[in-house]
Structure formats: C-alpha cells, structure tokens
Write a protein that binds this ligand. Structure first.
Ligand SMILES: [Zn+2]
Length: 369
C-alpha cells in the first residue's frame, strides 16, 4: 500500500514543510518574482514593522529594535538578503509550428535540460509544456548525434496546442520554469528552486522565532532589515539597489551552496557535506567574508550547539557581495545551506542543515549590539 505523506514525521522535524513547498513550487524567474513576493508578503505581515516593494521588485521588510542599544546613538542596521528568483527562461521566439524557443535567465547546464516538464507562465494563465533539444530519438540517432551536448539555444518547448492557439495565448517575454513537484525523503527535501527559496524560508522562520519569543534572549538592539531580492541569478541586481537604499552596517547573504559529497567529485572539492550543519562561507568568487563576523557567527553556533561547517566556494557568488560593496561598505558574511545537485530539478537539502541555518540566524540576531 502506498504510504501517505507522513504528517507525524513533518512535525518531528520542526520544519514548516507547507511553507517551503509553497515557496519552491511558485514560479519566479529573474525579473518576474511577483508571485513569490506575494506569497512572502502574506507570510511576513505580522513579523515586521514595515514591508514595501522597491522599484526593482525586491521586498524590503524592517523590524525595529526591541531594546535600546548600549552606547550607540543609532541602532546597528543589519541587512539580511535572500533572493527570490529561480533560474528559468524567457520565450524569445514562437515558430510557425507553435514551438517556443527560449532565452535563459540564469546559469543552466544543458545536460540537465533534456525531457523536462515546464510551465509557461502568461498574463492569462499557465500552460504545461515539455522541453527538449532539437534532434533525433535514440532509434534513429547516429553514434555522433548521441555524443553531442546541445547549446541552450537548441532547446524548445512543445505545448501540445495547435499553432494558432499558441500564437494567440503566448507572447514573446512570457516566462518558462521547470515544473517538478517538491517531495520529502526521510532526511532530505528535494525540489526545483531550493536555490534560493530555502533562504527565503530561513529568513521568514528565523524572524518568526525571534518575534514569537517572549524571552529576554530574543530581544534585539539592532534594526533588522530582511530583503527578499530580485534578479540574483543574473548578477545580484536587486541586492545591489536594495543594499544601497538600506545603507547597512552589517550584511548577511543567505543562500544555498554546493554540497558535492556525492559520487564523481573528489573529496577536496565537496565544498560542504550534507548533515554537517549550516555553512558559513569564508570566500567565494564574489566576496571575502569579514573574518570577525565569521568568528562571531561560529561562536554563536558553538554556544548554542548548532551544527555548523566553514566553507569556501571557488566559483559562484551571492547577494552578500552587493551588500558588502554598497555605500561606504558593510561588514558582511554569507550563511549558506549545502545543496546537492544544484541548478537541477532535483536539488536536495538535508533537513538538519536547514534547521541549523534557521537556528543560527535566530540565535545570532539578538547578539548584534
Ligand atoms: Zn542562489
């Protein structure tokens, strides 16, 4: 007999799985994050003193200090950035047979793009399609054909609709996202777009933890500004303008990172390991973290017995870099969650690492003087 979703298990993990599922399954490619933003706006209303959308589309949420800061005239401003966008495509051409040709928004490995279910999002509704590269099925492909890795421009979407209907319903600039369901495994969650809805989830749940607590330990002297940013996957664009507007003293880039503790990757290139806890990034190709801030985060983790690991990502960046270089600069670190099979529809995150990421952020915020 097929087992139903184990409700008890979800409760035991302490994770808000329905929220994470909703975040992951909501489409939002760079520049079209509005559905994700609305979901987040509904979720965070009571947690912040002010919530507004800036002109690029980032959602800027401010929580005022709950206690006075000792010896400071103005509170320390902490900016925590979590990008809302997921990699996807824009429709760039509709041909006379009704096939859609696409332009990527974000970095795709085309080896992961074969035979994908996709959702084409339009002003009048969403349509299910399939994505494949132009070419022959195995029965009639030559040995040479089979070795070829197609370029992203060679992929097209078939909507299973007559060409006239396609012309009427789809416009250039409509968006295409992967369409795969979120699911749970005993220790993991698997989905498309865990990069970076997982960080949106972490920011919401960490602030919820702080806002819900009546204990003295959860009071905070710093002003907390959580920005759910747009267009990270195409170059930290939303974080750049938001960070300049906010003018933070301290920045945290919340994101996913690689967990290549899987077959085919040398041990010394794994970056992080699933199950070892939240990861604190020392360096990636976009920024070098403030080493004092890294030490502060690690000591908060130690003190609260939160499993954590230090990591370095040789290639790749995150929104923290935009905060670090905004205005006169900010002390910045990146708090990241190790993700297997990143930028595929089978992104996988360890539930314990996810909880540790929420716990570290919630434990660290009250320590900022
Ligand atoms: Zn990301």
């Amino acid at each position: 007999m097929p087992t139903k979703t184990p409700r008890k298990k979800q409760a035991r993990s302490g994770l808000n799985i329905p929220l994470l599922r909703g975040l992951c399954e909501t489409p939002g490619i760079p520049g079209r994050e509005e559905r994700v933003r609305e979901l987040i706006r509904r979720e965070v209303g009571a947690l912040f003193d002010s919530v507004y959308t800036d002109s690029m589309g980032s959602l800027i949420c401010t929580r005022k200090p709950t206690v006075a800061s000792a010896g400071r005239t103005a509170p320390t401003r902490v900016l925590i950035a979590a990008h809302m966008d997921e990699i996807g495509f824009y429709v760039r051409h509709i041909d006379e047979k009704g096939f859609l040709w696409v332009n990527p928004a974000g970095g795709f490995d085309t080896r992961n793009l074969f035979s994908r279910r996709v959702l084409v999002c339009t002003a009048d509704g969403d349509y299910q399609g399939v994505m494949n590269p132009g070419g022959k099925p195995i029965h009639i492909a030559s040995a040479e054909d089979r070795k070829k890795v197609p370029e992203v421009e060679e992929f097209f979407v078939d909507l299973g609709m007559n060409p006239d209907a396609v012309q009427k319903k789809i416009r250039i600039g409509d968006t295409v996202v992967m369409n795969e369901p979120f699911f749970e495994q005993p220790e993991k969650v698997v989905s498309k777009a865990l990069d970076n809805r997982v960080a949106c989830y972490v920011a919401i749940e960490a602030v919820r933890k702080i806002a819900g607590a009546r204990t003295k330990g959860m009071q905070h002297a710093a002003e907390i500004i959580v920005v759910f940013t747009v267009q990270e996957e195409v170059g930290l664009r939303g974080a750049t303008t938001a960070a300049n507007a906010v003018g933070a003293d301290i920045g945290i880039g919340l994101d996913t990172t690689l967990a290549c503790d899987t077959p085919g990757v040398p041990e010394n290139q794994r970056v992080t390991r699933h199950g070892d806890g939240v990861a604190i990034m020392l360096q990636d190709s976009s920024m070098i973290a403030d080493h004092r801030l890294v030490d502060e985060l690690c000591s908060v983790a130690d003190k609260n017995r939160i499993p954590h690991q230090r990591c370095i990502l040789p290639r790749g960046g995150q929104d923290g870099a935009a905060i670090q270089r905004s205005g006169p600069g900010a002390r910045t670190a990146a708090v990241v969650c190790g993700t297997r099979y990143i930028h595929t529809v089978t992104e996988s995150i360890h539930k314990g690492d996810l909880q540790a990421t929420v716990d570290l952020l919630a434990a660290w915020i009250p320590t900022v003087a």
